[in-house]
Design a protein around this ligand. Structure first.
Ligand SMILES: NC(=O)c1ccc[n+]([C@@H]2O[C@H](COP(=O)([O-])OP(=O)(O)OC[C@H]3O[C@@H](n4cnc5c(N)ncnc54)[C@H](OP(=O)(O)O)[C@@H]3O)[C@@H](O)[C@H]2O)c1
Length: 252
């Protein structure tokens, strides 16, 4: 049976990999992100892989746009909330820029997921699935990443509450917590790490990989595989769980 799946942050990285994973299964894909041209390119890739894509150019911070997009979708089987931004927010930084960055990260990564669920969960029926993309930084703190850690920890709280709220309707809510994944976001993170430590980006990457028990970054397709496991209709045991997809950085 063709499944209908909404993916936020579908234009790049993990969201794109999720879209292409389900395209190969012939799914009906609803791709949401701010960059319409990038979404259109993913739609072409998805069509070539066997899926059918619908574009929803919108920001997850725009509740009106999300409600309008939801109005165009008759039914969903799953929602994957992968849209996110990162960035350093040192608490002792001068000026207003860091406060603006803090607000933007919380509004996108935490409130954006709330907005997404609010707008699109009414399109899910019994057996529906929601996966929120948190992070290992939803599991532990990292200096300088207060906003991102707060948002990603907050997402796990949201996952727990929504899971209990929606399971009576037969809707399964879970989260994933990826470690380092080779995407634009990780590249920006490595660059910031290199600048902060006054080392090369290659050395920063080597240091980042060396603290991962399996000693490497992950491909977005590997994260899509983990998310697909949570979306599998046969998987009816996971409720309010967080699946670590990090190569052993966080145990249990
Ligand atoms: N990469 C990692 O190492 C890593 C690790 C743990 C968790 N994560 C999480 O995984 C998710 C995906 O990250 P990624 O690595 O794939 O990052 P990425 O390559 O930078 O992609 C981010 C995606 O989010 C979308 N996005 C950003 N702001 C948005 C907004 N306001 N409204 C709608 N879409 C928005 C972007 O599309 P537009 O710019 O076109 O809107 C893009 O599609 C994020 O939640 C991130 O925090 C990533």
């Amino acid at each position: 049976m063709t499944r209908s799946i909404l993916i936020t942050g579908a234009s790049r990285g993990i969201g794109r990999a999720v879209a292409l994973h389900f395209a190969k299964q012939g799914s009906d894909l609803h791709l949401l992100g701010r960059d319409e041209a990038a979404l259109a390119a993913i739609a072409e890739e998805a069509a070539a892989a066997g899926g059918k894509a619908h574009l929803h150019p919108a920001s997850v911070t725009d509740r009106v746009a999300l409600r309008a997009a939801a109005g165009c979708i008759p039914h969903l089987d799953a929602i994957v909330a992968a849209a996110g931004i990162s960035g350093v927010t040192p608490v002792d930084a001068d000026g207003d820029e860091v406060d603006e960055a803090f607000d933007a990260i919380l509004q996108t990564d935490l409130t954006g997921c709330w907005n997404t669920v609010r707008a699109f969960a009414p399109r899910l029926g019994t057996g529906g699935r929601i996966v929120l993309v948190s992070s290992v930084l939803g599991r532990f703190g990292v200096p300088g990443y207060g906003a991102y850690c707060a948002a990603k920890h907050g997402l796990l709280g949201l996952t727990k509450a929504l899971a209990l709220e929606l399971i009576p309707k037969g809707i399964y809510v879970n989260a994933v917590a990826p470690g380092w994944v080779d995407t634009d976001m990780a590249q920006v993170g490595i660059r910031a790490m290199a600048q902060g430590m006054d080392i090369s980006e290659a050395e920063a990457r080597h240091q980042a990989e060396s603290v991962v028990p399996v000693q490497r970054f992950f491909r977005p397709e590997e994260i899509a595989h983990g998310i697909a496991w949570l979306l599998d209709p046969a998987n009816t045991m996971q409720v309010g769980q967080c699946l670590n997809l990090d190569g052993g950085v966080v145990q249990v």
